[in-house]
Write a protein that binds this ligand. Structure first.
Ligand SMILES: [Zn+2]
Ligand SMILES: [Zn+2]
Length: 654
């Protein structure tokens, strides 16, 4: 889009601004009888944002009066100043074009306008503007939306008698300080000002003219830098090379001339802090939420963190220094129950909480449980295409990608399965998770298999962490058994399974277990199904009770249902089923466990499918491979360490 660039005489000097609806600014400054100078030619948003940055960075120099004196020399104050400002604009806009990598003609039409006292006031009095601005501010608080999204949201919620144009309303709200309007792709904001001597030095440096880097653009929505930005000719702003962000394209196009509307958080909307004496005891947690001793202990540690403390009685309780807390709970620990008291603590104090999970099916499964646990609260359930798109919930449940649409919105951000696809190794989603948390809010990370980086932080003590080393049924995790076996490629070539593998599979079938058989590659699934079917007699099940599925299988959901109701007894699959699917009484075989696709996390997750139910807590897990790798060793060590901790803490029933 194109916008109006202008400068207004504020207390500290002439500050440059841009407007997406000039009538709003004319009225606003008219009331204040402020002096303004505006460029009458509209400019691409990306250029106007850069021009404002350049102008306002030099404000320090302008404030000191150097600029004004220099410009005003030898001329009458009024005309000289007006001409000086117009020339200044010309220079700034030319620099902005140059930095954007395009050459343009100099500006033709910049002229000074002085607001006439009272004009804007009369305009504004015709409509209940303040009330509407309040509505807009409430609707958009904590949001970070593209122009179309913001307008769609306003259209869905504004009162019918609101006759003012949506864009003008956004501009009015921005002038009132309720919104921040910016370009969705813009130069990275400067770091916050420093204080003291270093601040003084950096201020002088900023005041001095310096060469600005041309390529410092970033997507303000997802945080991606120039490697994810593409430049194309743009019909909306007329530029030859208007940048857009490729990384978050699935959420709508974020571009240099596209408006990003950010709702400014309000102090009054903060959650009330939790006082230390209000933290429920383990007994209270167990009684109200039905938590096991291990769950209660971890939840109460997390609650203490929410209340601003960390550490334990043994190590000493201290003021918390960071904003992130890791809840490291083994597979099958019952983490959903554990997050209830945390959500309750925030919601009951008027705060806003978010539960973000990588997968849509988890969102859909969790939603009814949260609604049941917190009746009477506003809920928003967000995923691609969800009907709640603009719901303003005290409790928001969302897929990770939807987080881009928030900024400083939540007092508590719970990130489920942070090590899972697509969250794992995606800096964009980490940026979004940080961005959506209020400045003094807390992030709680939930994982059964934290990534190595996080495990190192735990070991160094740089992140607070509570471990839940035992499952809700209080039996130890099955420890993987090593099964020496040739590679899958070899087995397929020979069309034969080793006797040891066949015997272990048959014994699982005999004990009535459902058998997960994991292989590394999608392309191996079908041929391996054929091979295992040729052993159906030896396994004691019909050949059609052996099936396979993968991420490429459109009938996957149906096949999982067949497996759940035992129509299928042995399911050959890939890491697509490594988490999320819980089948009572199941055993796990991982073949080619040495394959680099199976890292330690993945091996722990797959092993975590076994022994989940209280009826059959002792499932079997086999790692079949020709060699024993670090990943297999680490996975086994993690499982043993959790079992040892559970025993040490007396969490085990036996
Ligand atoms: Zn982006
Ligand atoms: Zn454009």
């Amino acid at each position: 889009m194109k916008v109006v660039l202008y400068a207004v005489r504020e207390r500290k000097g002439w500050r440059a601004r841009f407007s997406v609806a000039w009538e709003a600014d004319a009225a606003y400054w008219g009331v204040k009888a402020a002096r303004i100078v505006r460029v009458t030619e509209t400019l691409p948003l990306g250029i106007a944002v850069r021009a404002c940055d350049i102008w306002n960075e030099r404000l320090v120099g302008i404030e000191r009066g150097e600029w004004q004196e220099q410009r005003g020399q030898g001329q009458g104050q009024g005309g000289g100043l007006a001409q000086g400002l117009a020339e200044e604009f010309e220079k700034v806009v030319r620099t902005a074009w140059e930095l954007a990598g395009e050459k343009r003609e100099a500006l033709q039409n910049a002229r000074v306008e002085t607001g006439e006292r009272g004009v804007g006031l009369r305009e504004r009095e015709k409509v209940p503007l303040a009330g509407w601005i309040q509505v807009v501010s409430d609707l958009l608080m904590g949001r970070s939306l593209l122009r179309e999204e913001a307008i769609e949201l306003l259209a869905s919620a504004l009162p019918a008698d609101c006759t003012i144009d949506s864009l003008a309303l956004l501009q009015h709200a921005a002038l009132a300080g309720a919104l921040q309007l910016t370009a969705a792709v813009a130069p990275r904001p400067a770091p916050p000002p420093r204080h003291g001597l270093r601040g003084w030095i950096s201020e002088r440096l900023r005041a001095a003219p310096r060469r600005r880097r041309a390529q410092d653009l970033a997507c303000r929505r997802c945080g991606s830098g120039k490697d994810k930005l593409r430049h194309t000719p743009c019909a909306a702003c007329g530029r030859q090379a208007c940048a857009y962000c490729e990384a978050c394209l699935t959420m709508g196009r974020s571009r240099e001339c596209g408006l990003l509307v950010i709702g400014v958080p309000r102090l009054a909307a903060q959650a009330m802090p939790i006082a230390a004496h209000q933290i429920p005891t383990k007994e209270m947690l167990s009684e109200r939420w039905g938590l096991s001793p291990a769950q209660s202990a971890a939840a109460s540690e997390a609650l203490r963190f929410l209340a601003g403390q960390e550490g334990d009685a043994a190590a000493g309780i201290r003021q918390r220094e960071s904003q992130s807390f890791l809840l490291w709970a083994v597979t099958g620990a019952g983490k959903t129950e554990m997050i209830f008291p945390l959500l309750d603590a925030v919601l009951s104090r008027g705060g806003k909480a978010l539960v973000a999970t990588p997968r849509r099916d988890v969102v859909l499964e969790l939603a009814p449980r949260l609604v049941k646990a917190f009746p009477g609260r506003n809920h928003a359930v967000l995923y691609g295409g969800s009907p709640d798109r603009w719901a303003n919930g005290a409790l928001t449940l969302s897929t990770t990608h939807q987080l881009f649409r928030f900024q400083e919105a939540f007092d508590l951000v719970l990130i489920d399965e942070l090590d899972a696809f697509p969250y794992h190794n995606d800096p964009m989603l980490h940026y979004a998770a940080d961005k959506c948390r209020k400045q003094d809010g807390v992030t709680v990370l939930l994982s059964a298999t934290p990534p190595p980086r996080l495990q190192r932080e735990v070991a160094r003590g740089t992140i607070s962490c509570a471990r839940v080393p035992v499952r809700y049924h209080r039996h130890p995790l099955p420890v993987p058994v090593r099964l020496a076996s040739p590679s899958i490629a070899h087995l397929l070539r020979k069309q034969a399974l080793p006797a040891k593998v066949v015997e272990a599979l048959a014994s699982s079938v005999r004990r009535g277990a459902q058998v997960f058989l994991f292989v590394p590659y999608v392309k191996q699934v079908d041929s391996f199904v054929q091979l295992v079917r040729s052993y159906a007699d030896k396994l004691g099940i019909p050949a059609q009770a052996i099936a396979g599925t993968s991420s490429k299988d459109e009938e996957r959901t149906g096949k999982v249902v067949d497996f759940r109701n035992s129509t299928t007894r042995l399911l050959i699959t890939t890491t697509i089923l490594e988490r999320g699917v819980t089948i009572p009484r199941s055993d796990v075989f991982i073949l080619d466990a040495h394959n680099p696709l199976f890292d330690a996390s993945s091996l722990v997750q797959m092993a975590g499918r076994a022994g989940r139910s209280a009826d059959d807590p002792f499932g079997f897990v086999y790692y079949g491979a020709p060699s024993w790798t670090d990943s297999q060793r680490n996975a086994t060590l993690q499982i043993r360490a959790m079992n040892a901790l559970a025993r040490h803490k007396n969490y085990l029933l036996v």
